[in-house]
Design a protein around this ligand. Structure first.
Ligand code: ADP
Ligand code: MG
Length: 610
């Protein structure tokens, strides 16, 4: 049984696999590895998928659809022939073609695929992608995020040192920015930012309008076929420009020969409004990642539109350094998916390669509005961009005297009022009969990498209610398996036995010390605790590594009675790097106030909505 990796793109899809120890892209019937994500319908003949459909888009724009990935997970439908089709069904057709083609090329049956999705895809979009694969006859155990796949491919090409990266994925319809940290065998997406309506298509539109302006054509009055032809010319000229630095445009429109010249400078001007949007996205991303340009090791350009010289020029001006451009930017994500498929096939190595995702939206519960308004507001439990798996526990108190019950309502979204967010479910539990504000419940949210949310509510009598929210119906066994797995995640790093034991040893040293030594130990304990509670894999690892190193020095000092840890040079030399980083965490913690895993947060007077 073979496993393939698939980049199911908005504009183009690709498949990759490991064959005879080598990573390969799988070419289609026409020898091309890029498979346009387009579907057309021909009366009495049936469906066209891929390049044939893309070509037909020119002559029959009404019977051909493309870019349907932009509407994945929504209610939008497309008419083809006498039936309406969802983006899920259209994606299934593309996947089915890729599967069939791979079987033909590899001469092997393909049962399973690793499919990539944008990091910001929500539950519905992810489950629709899985469904599409199912319809195409592919088993998808796990979706991986496009930037994680790109980071895998980057590591394979550039080496596996620790790195902080921004993956700049500029495709046909979208721009996705991801802040990714790579260390050991961990690829952690720290933050994502993006624009669903900013891509190569927008550049084509800008060139199209420029061409019309230059030739006094009024876009709105042109028939769809003529417009499609101009658009096609615009895209071709754009691609020619990135190959040769200049492009002459010429086309007969309504019997008249129209011309325009496209140069790098003209295109740079045309792209100005897009660059403005890009800059804003960078700022947003760095803010969310709590980072600065100077802390990034590389900016990795991915996606077909990253081939444009003007985009590279803009980025090197913006960042003050040259971006890394991997060969054939539009294949990088598929190559990463192929690498992951290889890892999966070999089975045993999968445990070594940890791809951590982020939660692309905030998950929380409804609480009483403090301003006294009727509308309940969202109290975030797991914030957008938290690293998964994540587990957060908070305490909430009653708002009425002697109320019998608390109803915990669970929501997903970024809006202030709960009604504007997506309601996911609810759990009711009895509470101790006490005056308002005195009875409480502990609410714990645990969210895993498969998009399954486990909510546990416990009252002060120790009674527990729980609910498992998944984007697909789960069988009884699956439910049990997930619940077991969740229990492991529910133990945040600070509560894990080996870390608790380590901290306990520091506390012992602390108790037995005085003066400056005691102060130093206090600072160490603070540093380790913050790291373990940070919710970021890298910070947890640094805390553990430093704690181990310090402990062994403390022990050595105790044995030799040399107190060099506190007087000598060794400590000074750590100080520069490690304590600086510790300060960084401090500010992060201030920003995130209380959302950290395992913090003993009391919900600070938050009132539950009952
Ligand atoms: P997606 O991830 O959205 O499926 P791709 O990464 O395949 O898309 O990128 C498709 C986009 O890349 C299209 O807008 C296409 O015009 C553009 N593109 C492809 N080749 C080039 C090139 N040589 N120069 C400029 N743009 C290109
Ligand atoms: Mg893509």
């Amino acid at each position: 049984m073979a496993i393939i990796g698939i980049d199911l793109g908005t504009t183009n899809s690709l498949a990759a696999c490991w064959k005879d120890g080598r990573l390969e892209l799988i070419p289609g019937e026409d020898g091309e590895v890029l498979f346009p994500s387009a579907v057309g319908y021909v009366e009495r003949e049936g469906f066209l998928v891929g390049a044939a459909a893309k070509k037909r888009l020119l002559t029959h724009p009404m019977d051909t659809v493309a870019s349907f990935k932009c509407f994945m997970g929504t209610a939008k439908e497309y008419r083809l022939g006498d039936r309406m089709y969802t983006p899920m069904e259209l994606s299934a057709m593309v996947l089915e073609r890729l599967k069939r083609n791979a079987e033909h090329v590899l001469q092997e049956e393909i049962e399973e695929a690793i499919v990539t999705v944008p990091a910001y895809f929500n539950d519905k979009q992810r489950s629709d992608t899985k469904k599409a694969a199912q319809v195409a006859g592919l088993k998808v155990e796990r979706l991986i995020n496009e930037p994680s796949a790109a980071a895998l491919a980057y590591r394979m090409a550039m080496g596996e040192e620790d790195r902080a990266l921004i993956i700049f994925d500029f495709g046909g319809g979208t721009l996705d920015l991801s802040y990714v940290e790579c260390f050991d065998n961990v690829i952690e997406i720290v933050a994502v930012a993006g624009d669903n309506h900013l891509g190569g298509d927008d550049i084509d539109s800008a060139i199209q309008s420029y061409f019309c302006r230059e030739n006094a054509l009024v876009e709105e009055t042109l028939p769809p076929e003529e417009l499609a032809a101009i658009r096609n010319l615009a895209e071709q000229s754009k691609c020619a420009l990135s190959a040769s630095g200049q492009a002459d445009m010429e086309l007969t429109v309504a019997g008249k020969v129209c011309r325009a010249q496209l140069t790098e400078d003209i295109l740079f001007e045309l792209c100005m409004p897009l660059f403005g949007k890009m800059k804003k996205l960078f700022l947003h991303l760095l803010e969310d990642a709590d980072s600065r340009v100077s802390q990034i090791d590389d900016l990795v350009m991915v996606g077909g539109s990253s081939r444009l010289g003007v985009v590279r020029r803009f980025l090197s001006e913006l960042l003050g350094k040259e971006p890394v451009v991997l060969d054939e930017t539009d294949r990088v994500v598929a190559l990463g998916a192929g690498i992951y498929a290889g890892i999966r096939r070999r089975g045993e190595e999968i445990r070594d390669m940890l791809l951590t995702d982020v939660c692309p939206f905030t998950l929380g519960i409804g609480i009483r509005n403090r301003s006294g308004q009727d509308k309940n507001v969202l109290s975030p439990m797991i914030e957008r961009n938290s690293t998964l798996p994540a587990s957060v526990k908070n305490r909430f108190v009653t708002t009425s005297d002697y109320q019998r019950e608390i109803l915990v309502k669970i929501y997903q979204g970024e809006e202030y009022y709960v009604d504007d967010n997506v309601h996911l479910g609810e759990v009711a539990i009895e509470v101790a009969l006490k005056p308002a504000g005195q009875a409480w419940v502990d609410v714990q949210f645990t969210y895993d990498i498969n998009g399954i949310l486990h909510v546990t509510v416990e009252n002060e009598m120790g009674e527990r209610r729980q609910i498992l929210l998944a984007n697909q119906a789960l069988s009884a066994e699956e439910l049990e398996r997930y619940t077991k797995e969740m229990e492991k995640i529910m133990l945040p790093p600070i509560e894990q036995p080996q870390n608790r034991e380590m901290l306990a040893r520091f506390l012992e040293y602390f108790e037995n010390s005085t003066g400056e030594r005691r102060e130093r130990l206090g600072a160490m304990i603070g540093y380790i605790t913050r790291g373990l509670c940070s919710g970021r894999k890298k910070a947890v690892r640094n805390a553990q590594e430093n704690a181990r190193a310090w402990l062994s020095m403390l022990e050595e000092a105790r044995e030799t009675k040399e107190e060099r840890l506190f007087d000598g040079k060794d400590f000074e030399s750590w100080e520069d790097e490690d304590w600086e980083e510790a300060d960084g965490w401090e500010s992060e913690e201030e920003n995130q106030d209380g959302k950290d895993i395992g913090l003993d947060s009391k919900g600070e007077g938050d009132d539950n909505d009952q």
